[in-house]
Unconditional design. Structure first.
Length: 147
């Protein structure tokens, strides 16, 4: 919003508020999981959107075999980008979501970090991945060892 002060014919001043032109609304992943995290392009389904992000931006869901909440994970990532304006990989913050999206595309940062287990742990259950391992746990006093 722009504000301007004009002096009229007499000695009085008038104060006018002019609205800045509004930016057009861009749909984002916050509104639908069928919208690409990086380009805001909408697809017919979440799977098609994930395929697009994998092929065009090399985006992959880390440890997908242990993922238990895909929608929650995508919504969380969308919030990081759209609301937090944070790069997924380097955590750099930007002034706008469009800038962080462009940064991730330009720098090849369209990926989940491999070392952010704590941040994404609520969306995964790794017990299934380790269920088939024949690991025996031994306790001797305060020490725990595995065979």
């Amino acid at each position: 919003m722009q504000k301007s002060i004009r002096q009229s014919e007499g000695d009085s001043l008038s104060f006018n508020e002019e609205k800045a032109p509004e930016e057009p609304h861009v749909k984002s992943t916050l509104e639908s999981l069928r919208i690409c995290l990086f380009s805001n392009k909408e697809f017919d389904g979440v799977k098609m959107c994930l395929d697009h992000m994998r092929l065009k931006y090399n985006f992959r869901i880390v440890d997908i075999e242990s993922l238990i909440n895909l929608k929650g994970l995508l919504a969380y990532i969308a919030e990081r980008i759209q609301l937090g304006k944070l790069c997924l990989l380097c955590n750099k913050q930007f002034k706008t979501a469009a800038r962080v999206q462009q940064h991730m595309i330009d720098m090849g940062h369209c990926m989940m970090p491999m070392d952010a287990d704590d941040e994404y742990e609520f969306f995964y259950d790794y017990r299934r991945a380790y269920a088939n391992l024949n690991v025996k746990r031994k306790t001797k006093g305060n020490q725990i060892s595995y065979e």
